[in-house]
Design a protein around this ligand. Structure first.
Ligand SMILES: Cc1cc2nc3c(=O)[nH]c(=O)nc-3n(C[C@H](O)[C@H](O)[C@H](O)COP(=O)(O)OP(=O)(O)OC[C@H]3O[C@@H](n4cnc5c(N)ncnc54)[C@H](O)[C@@H]3O)c2cc1C
Length: 437
């Protein structure tokens, strides 16, 4: 694909064009399926650089891809031709341990946030892989090991600094531009570039992690027992499961000083589990899957919310993992509920408060020859699991674009559209689960 040379002298940050030695590396995103060649990659060092970059893209009519951690499954944070606004240098994190606050740059990774809070024993609930971007994850909602105890990432968002399509820089919170603040808590990157997030933090307390693998032939029995146990778990306990064609795995995480006895039963779901209580710290848990879901592998993922884990859903999971085309292809689910349900569904744009679990049909593989089979498995498994799922969805864990209307539901989508019209009428920010103005 040909690229053009664009004059970016109005931009004071780092400019990487196809002639730059770092271009081939910097044009890559996490999902190896997306091999695109932008004309220009701009790396801002501060909010003023972000303003200049947006003005440049708008003046030149360039497609604009905004990149936080680069983890977008559909590859929204890159483009052919056009400009990538790579926020990776805006990765500062400052903790105020007395006030339990974190100020986080728009391009920080989850690992940056977790590591900064760790010396103070403070956390903000976010996701489960440390190389994921705070930016994309937060704007879609943000769920992980701490959501049942402290809510979604957006429930802990106090304020943002955002650069709009016309280059204006705004501070937005519950009292200032409240409609935009509502939309930013789940509406994705549709409204501008967030240069700074302010989060509430919480004392974590002592943690305990248990991890067990079961023979895949025991999946139905184990999942039914798991469901019943998970329903009784206090909100300081969160569990997840993953099933491939070879094994069925459970992880149980407890914080707030809970005893290992609170999670040991997840190791007794069926005969002869391998594993047990680990000595993992919270930081180790947060990076445990980093290498497995490494940059550059090929990924196709679709997900949905279970209000409950029905027998029919369990049988569908068991059947689907028996048909996977590649060893790392899996069905994964994270337990929700708890503090996520405490917040009224209408309070934020995120559209999954009632769910007990978020599941993904998660195909990952390395060989392009497997693309067709892995993607077909992901589509078919998600289609079957959707029959047992809520009609709304989580915009952040979907490989297919164009799903915003169905994911938010009619009412929220209408409200988001009205806000989009006000803040980005020309749809400058359209490489996302787009809310067309
Ligand atoms: C390996 C992996 C693990 C994951 N685990 C979890 C999990 O545990 N919990 C969970 O909730 N989600 C999880 N996700 C989904 C994740 O939330 C989304 O992929 C999210 O979009 C990633 O954000 P990013 O900044 O890394 O991605 P990017 O590709 O950089 O950005 C994604 C979208 O957000 C926009 N964006 C990013 N930063 C900004 C910003 N500062 N301002 C405005 N727009 C911005 C981009 O333009 C793009 O549209 C995971 C994804 C992956 C690939």
């Amino acid at each position: 694909m040909d690229t053009q040379v664009i004059d970016a002298s109005s931009f004071a940050g780092d400019v990487i064009d196809p002639r730059h030695a770092g271009y081939e590396k910097l044009r890559m995103v996490w999902n190896g399926l997306h091999d695109r060649r932008p004309d220009l990659i701009l790396q801002p060092r501060n909010a003023a650089d972000v303003q200049a970059a947006i003005r440049l893209a708008v003046d030149r009519g360039l497609p604009l891809a905004v990149r936080g951690g680069g983890h977008s499954l559909p590859g929204f944070s890159t483009c052919d031709k056009g400009m990538v606004l790579d926020l990776s240098r805006l990765n500062h994190v400052e903790i105020d341990p007395a006030k339990h606050l974190a100020e986080v740059g728009g391009g920080a990774l989850l690992g940056d946030l977790d590591r900064a809070g760790s010396p103070f024993g403070l956390v903000t609930p976010a996701g489960v892989v440390s190389h994921t971007g705070v930016g994309g994850l937060t704007l879609g909602g943000g769920m992980g090991w701490l959501s049942r105890r402290f809510g979604m990432t957006v429930d802990n968002l106090i304020a943002v600094e955002i650069c709009l399509a016309d280059g204006t820089l705004l501070t937005v919170d519950a009292d200032t531009h409240p409609d935009l603040f509502w939309a930013l808590r789940g509406g994705g990157g549709n409204f501008g570039v967030v240069t700074r997030f302010r989060f509430r933090m919480h004392p974590l307390g002592r943690v305990c992690v248990g991890a067990w693998d079961y023979d895949i032939r025991q999946i139905s029995t184990a999942l039914k027992k798991y469901r019943d146990l998970a329903a009784l778990a206090p909100r300081q306990v969160t569990t997840s499961f993953a099933a491939t064609r070879d094994k069925f795995s459970i992880t149980a995480f407890a914080s707030d000083g809970l005893a290992p006895a609170e999670i040991e039963a997840f190791g007794q779901l069926a005969n002869s589990a391998q594993g047990g209580i680990t000595g993992m710290s919270f930081l180790e848990l947060q990076s445990r899957a980093d290498d497995h879901v490494a940059w550059g592998r090929r990924y196709y993922t679709k997900g949905g919310f279970f209000a409950e884990l029905s027998d029919a859903a369990i049988e569908t999971i068991a059947d689907s993992v028996g048909r996977t085309p590649s060893p790392d292809v899996e069905v994964y689910a994270l337990q929700l509920g708890g503090a996520v349900k405490d917040i009224d569904e209408a309070a934020t744009a995120y559209a999954g408060r009632a769910a007990e679990f978020y599941w993904i049909a998660n195909a990952m593989w390395n060989d392009p020859a497997e693309d067709k089979a892995c993607m077909a498995w992901g589509r078919e498994t998600a289609r079957r699991l959707a029959l047992h799922s809520a009609t709304t969805n989580y915009v952040n864990e979907q490989s297919d674009s164009g799903i915003a209307q169905s994911a938010y539901g009619a009412e929220k989508f209408a409200r988001l559209t009205a806000i989009k019209r006000r803040y980005d009428p020309m749809n400058v920010f359209r490489l996302n689960q787009n809310i067309t103005p």
